[in-house]
Design a binder for this molecule. Structure first.
Ligand code: ATP
Ligand code: MG
Length: 238
């Protein structure tokens, strides 16, 4: 499979505060890749750097064959790199449909927006049902689907998703992951960060474990699930 995203020896952080000490990874087309690791490992910082919110101090980001290191979030979004940050990012007082339309803000033609809207509604029927409702009245799981829907409005080449399970009950986490798997079956390339390492590895093809801003382990997800050290350190024993 063709590589869609490659991160090479990425260093960066917040101003003088260094967080990433040379992270490298690769995502191939139509793959689901997860990044796991303890709190504060730098997972969100890595995503923020990939999507251009933070500028790396060194290293390279290659997206779809092009060196995009240092490009702005907006430009990357137009190129097909979508990002769902950690925590809720919907507009609670706007309707579900208005939120989805916001997701398409860089689209020029109304037809394209309608087309994307239709795709999102057929993938997530609950959003169609509730399209006139204020987004803030949706359940946690539905809000998570809305966030995915917003990111899909630009028909991205890859979706970077920071902590899909955050703040959701275990049952709802399963439902959201089922939807992510469905999405992935439609051919969307996905990279996700998860606290819930076991769940993430169960649904992913490949996994990276980050620790203290560095690559610690990597491998096919099924292998990591059975790796004794990974099990002991990140999967709560068992
Ligand atoms: N805006 C910020 N300014 C300064 N330091 C920050 C900022 N955001 C995060 N950090 C620091 O960067 C380090 C890595 O944080 P990051 O959010 O990338 O970790 P994470 O792996 O995503 O953790 P979590 O699993 O808790 O989400 C932490 O020490 C954190 O305190
Ligand atoms: Mg984080």
């Amino acid at each position: 499979m063709r590589t869609i995203l490659e991160v090479k020896d990425l260093h960066g952080g917040y101003g003088k505060l260094k967080i990433l000490y040379g992270v490298s990874l690769r995502v191939r087309e139509k793959e689901m890749v997860c990044v796991i690791g303890p709190n504060g490992a730098g997972k969100s910082t890595l995503f923020k750097t990939i999507v251009g919110i933070l500028k790396p101090t060194s290293g390279k980001i290659i997206f779809d064959g092009e060196d995009v290191t240092g490009l702005s979030t907006d430009v990357l979004l137009r190129k097909g790199l979508a990002y769902i940050p950690q925590g809720r990012v919907i507009f609670p007082y706007m309707s579900v449909e208005e939120n989805l339309e916001m997701g398409a803000y860089v689209r020029e033609s109304k037809e394209e927006v309608m087309d994307s809207l239709e795709k999102v509604y057929s993938m997530f029927p609950v959003l169609r049902e509730k399209r006139k409702k204020k987004a803030g009245t949706l359940s946690g799981g539905e809000q998570q689907l809305l966030e995915i829907g917003m990111a899909l409005m630009l028909n991205p080449k890859i979706l970077l998703f920071d902590e899909p399970s955050l703040g959701l009950s275990p049952k709802v986490v399963n439902e959201v992951f089922e939807k992510i798997e469905e999405l992935r079956k439609t051919g969307v390339t996905i990279m996700l960060i998860e606290q819930n390492a076991r769940k993430a590895l169960e649904v992913s093809d490949y996994g990276y474990v980050l620790e203290l801003g560095r690559n610690r382990f990597e491998g096919p997800a099924k292998e990591l699930l059975h790796n004794d050290e990974v099990k002991r350190l990140y999967l709560g024993g068992g």
